[in-house]
Design a protein. Sequence first.
Length: 277
Amino acid sequence: MSTEISIEFFPPTTTEGADKLRITCDRLAALKPSFFSVTYGAGGSTRERTFATVKDIAAAGHEAAPHLSCVGSTRDSIREILQEYMEAGIHRIVALRGDLPSGVVDPGEFRHANELVEFIRAETGDRFHLEVAAYPEWHPQAKSPKDDLLAFKRKADAGANSAITQYFYNVDAYLYFVEAARKMGVSIPVVPGIMPIGSFSKLARFSDACGAEIPRWMRKTFESYGDDSDAIRAFGLDVVTRLCEKLLAEGAPGLHFYSMNLAGPTTEICRRLGLTT
């Protein structure tokens, strides 16, 4: 049975970046991903760029899944976006709570992602396949692991079709999360999010911000390489490939790659996993 993969991009900020992303998308399309997802900035700050990127991907003949975050939004604004996506032939959405832009206090008419899922279902029925987020190492703002699991269950109960996790490097965290969710009656697929490692300093910065743990043995090994970027990349490829192998052996329903708009690392990991044609 073939392994289903999907790949995430962020919307470019320049025309040059958009041109580069088209080339990257064409290269990654050779992996035959189920879809390409496109992120959405805090409070909808990248709305137009997200939509433009999604339309580009769809125009090239690929399935595109825009992220849609609801915090700071009104029902009318979300309804308008849903209409745009329906008219553009989009069939999949990644439904998220999202973050408020810096300095903004009012959360708007939606406070949690399950409310967004409920709204999309009420407005559009089963028109969209809805992905939601899952946090094997728990959301940084969760009061407790149980609270986070309950929040995940509410999203599934509201009508989510499947989930994509925050990236992680601890297989046991993922397996425990899935097992705990199943015990709570959540049956939707939980696809692990995979972050290829090209720069340890960037990874450490991202991980500190989102709560993803870098195991001590990994951190110390990366630190030992200093500025040797080739050694860092080689070690990163080995670590992430082994992570994917373990996840697939444990029955993960697929892999979702956070590409950082680069084709090389994801392509090489998939080649090592035997997922390239």
